[in-house]
Design a protein around this ligand. Structure first.
Ligand SMILES: Nc1ncnc2c1ncn2[C@@H]1O[C@H](COP(=O)(O)OP(=O)(O)OP(=O)(O)O)[C@@H](O)[C@H]1O
Ligand SMILES: [Mg+2]
Length: 268
């Protein structure tokens, strides 16, 4: 079979998804797409276009009004507690505000060990601590971070801890909702570079929500553009962002600055 044309198994199939909050109007309408193993998918759109709503629906944090979300070939409609638990192990989120994502009363060591305690009770303490050390190193932090509390870390260091925590269970999918928007611009570039390295090395699929199309272009092979809850453009990032066919996408592109390169040796 020709390389690159082999069919990859879909991790996620979303069909005609509609989501609404309480009695409000639908904030997502007829959203359909797929994610395959190791794929990188950017989700872009103006503020209020439904990006975070889509992420919340994919993670099972809000109910689906119509349509279908299938993870690993199975509709979330039929998911019981055991299926959600298995999904939470293999589909890991990273959110915008790293400080709010970490438990303020837990040291970094405990924040990183917790997912292993919950999902990998087969591992002993030594094996857990070894995995914590490896995860920390992979995100560019040293042992010095282990005894610290989140408020003793910078925003960039906190987001590195959140990424380490998300990756420690070797997930199939990392779902990031604006993971660098709350960080300083120079730190943003370092975290983007880290995510690119981790994705390449681990082959974890990536769903990356951002209003910054330059970052999406750097990280994601494919992209969806959302406007008022509808997909208005979809395809390879090169085509959709390099040669935008619609005025809305062109406006989004014009609104973002270029991604700065990470300064070498800079501590975040
Ligand atoms: N909890 C909620 N209750 C009611 N409406 C909501 C709720 N959360 C979001 N919305 C509405 O749903 C729409 C989509 O919001 P969403 O947060 O998904 O947008 P977004 O694309 O993530 O925006 P941003 O770029 O600002 O994060 C908006 O009109 C918003 O006002
Ligand atoms: Mg959002």
């Amino acid at each position: 079979m020709t390389r690159g044309l082999e069919s990859k198994s879909p991790l996620l199939q979303v069909q005609e998804l509609a989501v609404r909050y309480l009695a409000h109007r639908d904030v997502l309408r007829g959203v359909s797409f797929e994610l395959t193993t190791g794929d990188t998918l950017g989700i872009c759109g103006e503020s209020g276009s439904g990006k975070s709503t889509l992420v919340r629906a994919l993670l099972g944090l809000i109910p689906v009004a119509r349509g279908d979300i299938r993870w690993f070939g199975r509709s979330v409609d039929s998911h019981g507690t055991a299926q959600w638990r298995a999904l939470r192990r293999t589909v890991q989120p990273v959110f915008q505000d790293p400080l709010a994502s970490l438990d303020p009363r837990m040291r970094v060591l405990d924040s990183l060990a917790e997912p292993l305690q919950v999902h990998r009770s087969d591992l002993g303490r030594a094996a857990r601590e070894e995995r914590v050390a490896i995860a920390l190193e992979r995100v560019g932090l040293t042992d010095a971070a282990l005894p610290r509390y989140p408020h003793e870390l910078s925003g960039g260091q906190c987001q590195r801890v959140c990424i380490a925590r998300a990756m420690i269970l070797e997930p199939s999918v990392l779902v990031c909702d604006e993971p660098v928007s709350a960080l300083d611009v120079s730190v943003q570039a370092q975290i983007v570079a880290l995510l690119a390295d981790l994705q390449r090395d681990s082959g974890t699929a990536l769903i990356f929500v951002s209003h910054n199309l330059a970052i999406v272009r750097r990280l994601c092979r494919r992209v969806l553009i959302l406007r008022q809850g509808n997909i208005v453009a979809a395809g390879s990032s090169l085509d959709v962002l390099g040669n935008p066919a619609d005025a809305y996408t062109r406006r989004l592109i014009a609104a973002v600055p270029a991604v700065p390169r990470p300064a070498s040796g800079q501590e975040t």
